[in-house]
Design a protein. Structure first.
Lengths: 311, 232
């Protein structure tokens, strides 16, 4: 038995995402690559990360269909903007792939757009050769990142380059270690493991029952702790994990605290309050937690409306 | 401490000394345990320390009943019970803690000439109603009741909240609140069906290690190990 918290009302859940999307839309030009970014491959990969995150999060909003018609249209417009303008219809990814043929990044970013129906045949052809090398599966990366690559292949309906269950078993979460050892980096490892298992919340039922039980048992303790530390970026990711569980808590008090941390502009600070400084600097600091806020809101609103919350 | 007379030993030091004596006894180290050697009759700080430690002051007697009826040990406990009966406005934790000392006297110091006072009624609604963070906090304050035979009703009720206590343990370790973690962990060590995934044994050892030898943490971890075989 456990004494459960009252779930958050859908309007509270929805409001966080609505405000976050407003901010993202208003600041979309900050995602643009500069000529300097394009000049060096390493910098390009760094700059592609937020673009890939923007795409994945807008896809979640688009998919969950809980944002209302105005937001749905806005998410769709942001996806089109990302594909056409930020990625030049995939040409940016193809160029990066040519510079770094064995980097999984172009595949990971492209997979989102492929799932949405966008195509770049030359990039697909170019990805085929590296994927058939032994190096592709031997590339050293942290175990949850390996799941991300496998999920990207799954999204593109490509044959998997490794066994998903074995890759999951190699992650921190897959081993279900002592939950009191979780610290900052482990917490991000476990949230990303859940994102990749579920394809960013699309298929929560793919979380194996033992892992779902483990998460349901200990997630409230982690959420409480990072809420106390006012670490809104990580709390947002943990709220996504909650919304992916068979019986999400959608904890009302926790969502109240999370919503209260959001700035009037809709941006979500990483930790404590909003940073000050040049708009570019502030953007670099808050775009991730704000994307997470949109993601968490879409997932939680969707689960709330499907009436299967634990409360 | 303002209330201490000049030259008097601070209460915290008296508590720490007494707790160290209890922890050593539970680990089977040091001299044979006698509560009257650690906490003196007629000494206000000793009586206050006994109130803080509660049933734990008698925990070593749960190992073997070698106390002499009517001796100094019995007298110091009687003095503490007389000095600090819970008032009508006492908190639930205070009542339970006092009740724990009374129950421990009945269980471990039997055979005296005078009967021990009856345990006071203690409210238990919070055990099933508290949200998990509050529950864990209160349970840690009542860690001394996690002794063999004490508070069986409380143990039965808490057995329905092992998931919530496991959360409390996780949060307390994350917050580096070693005393709370040790107290909750000690109760978990007494309860059945504690989730395997919690890693309670390593957790108790970790808490003891990280607490830098805090004597009350040492008592909780030693009790968990000695009476319930948890931790190492």
């Amino acid at each position: 038995m456990t004494v459960t918290a009252a779930p958050a009302p859908p309007a509270l859940l929805h409001g966080v995402g609505d405000r976050a999307l407003t901010w993202l839309d208003k600041h979309r030009d900050f995602f643009r690559l500069t000529d300097e970014d394009r000049a060096t491959g390493a910098a390009l990969i760094e700059r592609l990360k937020p673009i890939g995150e923007l795409a994945i999060n807008m896809q979640v909003l688009f998919r969950e269909g809980v944002a209302g018609s105005r937001q749905h249209a806005r998410a769709g417009q942001l996806l089109d903007f990302t594909w056409r303008e930020l990625l030049d219809g995939g040409n940016v990814l193809a160029a990066l792939q040519h510079q770094e043929p064995l980097s999984p990044v172009p595949l990971e970013v492209y997979a989102t757009f492929h799932e949405l129906g966008h195509r770049h045949p030359a990039l697909e052809a170019a990805l085929e050769v590296p994927r058939r090398t032994a190096t592709w599966t031997a590339l050293e990366m942290v175990p949850n990142r390996r799941l991300g690559v496998l999920n990207a292949e799954r999204k593109m309906r490509l044959p998997p380059s490794a066994d998903f269950d074995q890759a999951l078993a190699a992650t921190w979460l897959g081993r279900m270690p002592e939950p009191w050892t979780v610290q900052h980096h482990i917490a991000y490892d476990l949230t990303h493991t859940v994102f990749h298992i579920t394809n960013w919340g699309e298929a929560p039922e793919r979380i194996p029952p033992a892992l779902a039980d483990y998460l349901a048992r200990y997630l409230p303790a982690w959420m409480e702790d990072w809420a106390d530390l006012e670490h809104w970026d990580l709390l947002g990711e943990l709220l996504v994990v909650d919304a992916c569980l068979p019986r999400p808590t959608l904890d009302g008090a926790m969502w109240e605290r999370y919503a209260a941390a959001q700035s009037d502009s809709g941006a979500m600070p990483i930790q404590r309050g909003m940073p000050a400084g040049d708009p570019e600097v502030v953007f670099d600091l808050v775009h991730h937690p704000t994307l997470v806020a949109a993601f968490a809101s879409a997932m939680a609103t969707s689960r709330s409306l499907s009436a299967d919350a634990a409360g | 401490m303002a209330e201490q007379a000049q030259g008097a030993v601070p209460l915290s030091a008296v508590i720490a000394d007494a707790a160290t004596g209890v922890a050593l006894a539970l680990r089977g180290e040091g001299d044979p345990y006698a509560v009257s050697r650690i906490l003196r009759q007629g000494d206000a700080a000793s009586l206050a320390a006994l109130r803080v430690l509660g049933a734990d002051a008698l925990a070593p007697y749960a190992l073997d009943h070698r106390v002499c009826p009517g001796g100094d040990d019995e007298m110091v406990v009687r003095q503490a019970l007389t000095a600090y009966p819970p008032g009508t406005d006492a908190s639930e934790v205070s009542v339970w803690s006092y009740r724990g000392l009374v129950e421990a006297s009945h269980s471990y110091l039997s055979g005296g000439a005078e009967p021990w006072p009856q345990p006071p009624q203690a409210a238990a609604g919070w055990v099933t109603a508290d949200p998990w963070p509050k529950l864990a906090h209160r349970v840690s304050q009542l860690a001394a009741l996690a002794l063999p035979g004490l508070a069986p009703g409380l143990a039965d009720d808490l057995a329905t909240r092992t998931d919530d206590l496991a959360r409390g343990f996780v949060r307390a370790v994350r917050r580096r609140d070693w005393l709370q973690a040790a107290g909750v962990g000690r109760w978990l060590s007494r309860l059945p069906k504690v989730p395997q995934t919690l890693g309670l044994d390593a957790g108790l050892a970790f808490v003891r290690q990280m607490s830098d030898g805090e004597p009350r943490v040492a008592v909780h971890v030693a009790a968990a190990h000695r009476f319930y075989g948890r931790g190492w």
